[in-house]
Design a protein around this ligand. Structure first.
Ligand code: ATP
Ligand code: MG
Length: 477
């Protein structure tokens, strides 16, 4: 089946919506116009039949049935009355194509005159619908004689002569024709309005699409150039969407980098470490020999440098994608308490204080070693960010089904430009830093299907917030 593109689909939707709206609007409008027109016509017709009552002399309807030549037939009587009454009607002009009026003779059961134009055949049709006694009346009727079967609204007033009703004046409105006239008048107007509205809607859609296309092209260029952050779209509603996209693209790019580095780490890490272990062993052996005692300090320096390289490789290896992890439901608070003694020495050295704000939380499904490494790396960064000392707060909480772990310091903070680079392997601003600590943290968070966010204000401090899915609901008592 043919697939329509988005513009066509939107155009079709616009046509449907405008059409439905037009149909409802037309029907409503017609109903209102019809009621208004009928109200005006009814008022006029009532007055008009009353007027006819005053201008038609009732004695005109009395005709001698005998003449010198003998009895006069009914048709001849009607024609004779018509000859007298019709000229009066012909002098009255009723400016409406939906109204007929006339005079009815009770005795002859015939319409004896009709306006605005004489309709001869009508004079020979026997009819009784006007015969309603001596009161005026009005109503609706289908299958009218006067309008050849149409639905009509009629107004009838009696003509009396010597206290006897001899006939009636009447006027009838052709309701079918009124409806038709109103329908066409309204439909033409609405069709025109609808087509204009549709053209405007299609033009607007087209305009929006052209803008959208241009903006997306610009956004794509900015993404390729790595400048999509803070991209302002010409369509303001699109800006937050594009910003979200840009953040997600950044995140994916970062994860991609982590994956590549992780794979590299896995493949070369071990190969590098093995020869290093051999070298370290020999250096240690040589250091213990009296022959090399004069080189003792150089040998120790070499060993410590190899240890440092080794620790970097260990850290690097934890980026590996397939590093074994053993997930199990654990108490995060207990893990934090376990790690703190390892950090206290560091904290003391930098004149820092570690404060705990541990709240009741449900267990989380985590890898024990990874959690230790995560907490150690974050707290170490916090300590290193406060050269003049300060306080680091480690807190836990449970909110909206998530277990939150936060590490906040009062350190130097991170500039917005550096914030973008956090988690990128080997990004460091420290003289002796390697730039793997946060990369490892981001990798751990990713492997736990958790999220990590950073809030930082240069000069005031930084806080890292990690959100884990809870393994179970917390016990509340
Ligand atoms: N709490 C923090 N306060 C200020 N800056 C921080 C903080 N945590 C991280 N950073 C910045 O992020 C950079 C990267 O941190 P990361 O832990 O990855 O590497 P590092 O600490 O420099 O080196 P190492 O690999 O030894 O940890 C740091 O150099 C620092 O600029
Ligand atoms: Mg670090």
């Amino acid at each position: 089946m043919r697939q329509f593109n988005l513009t066509t689909r939107l155009n079709i939707k616009a046509i449907c919506i405008i059409s439905i709206f037009m149909i409802f609007f037309t029907m409503h409008n017609q109903w209102i116009s019809y009621q208004a027109r009928i109200a005006v016509l009814s008022r006029n017709m009532d007055r008009f039949t009353a007027y006819l009552q005053t201008v038609i002399p009732p004695e005109f309807l009395i005709i001698n049935e005998e003449s010198v030549a003998g009895p006069i037939s009914l048709e001849e009587q009607v024609l004779a009355i018509n000859n007298k009454v019709q000229p009066i009607l012909n002098n009255i002009f009723m400016p409406s194509s939906v109204v007929k009026y006339g005079v009815y003779s009770s005795k002859h059961k015939r319409i004896v005159a009709i306006g605005p134009e004489l309709e001869k055949p009508m004079l020979s049709v026997e009819t009784t619908w006007c015969d309603i006694g001596d009161a005026s009346c009005s109503g609706e009727k289908s299958n009218s004689v006067v309008w050849y079967g149409a639905q009509i609204m009629y107004f009838v007033k009696p003509l009396t002569f010597n206290n006897e009703v001899v006939g009636y004046t009447f006027a009838c409105i052709n309701l079918d024709r009124v409806r038709q006239e109103i329908f066409w008048a309204n439909t033409q107007k609405l069709l025109l309005g609808g087509i204009i509205a549709l053209l405007i809607a299609i033009m607007l859609f087209q305009e929006i699409f052209i803008r959208l296309k241009k903006d997306l092209a610009l956004f794509a260029e900015a993404t390729v150039a790595g400048q999509s952050k803070g991209f302002e779209s010409k369509i303001p509603e699109l800006t937050p969407v594009l910003q979200y996209l840009s953040e997600q693209t950044d995140r994916m790019a970062r994860l991609d980098r982590l994956n590549i580095i992780g794979e590299m780490a896995a493949s070369i890490g071990h190969e590098v470490r093995n020869p290093m272990t051999t070298v370290r062993g020999f250096l240690q052996y040589m250091g213990s020999k009296p022959n090399f005692s004069e080189y003792k300090s150089q040998l120790d320096l070499m060993i410590s440098e190899i240890d440092r390289a080794n620790s970097i490789i260990t850290e690097f290896l934890s980026l590996a994608k397939n590093k074994a992890m053993h997930f199990k439901d654990s108490d995060l608070n207990a893990m934090i308490c376990e790690v703190i003694p390892l950090l206290d020495a560091d904290a003391l050295r930098y004149n820092c204080h570690i404060k705990l704000d541990l709240n009741e939380i449900p267990p989380v499904c985590v890898d024990h070693n990874s959690m230790r490494q995560l907490i150690l790396n974050l707290v170490r960064n916090g300590i290193e960010a406060m050269p003049d000392g300060g306080e680091i707060t480690i807190s836990t909480a449970y909110k909206q089904g998530k277990v939150l772990l936060s590490v906040a310091d009062q350190g130097v903070g991170i500039s917005p430009e550096d914030k973008e680079k956090l988690g990128t392997p080997f990004f460091t601003t420290k003289e002796n830093g390697v730039g793997l600590g946060l990369a490892v943290c981001y990798r751990i968070v990713q492997r736990h299907n958790a999220t990590i966010t950073v809030e930082s204000e240069p000069g005031k401090g930084t806080s890292f917030l990690i959100k884990f899915a809870a393994a179970a609901m917390p016990q509340t008592n």
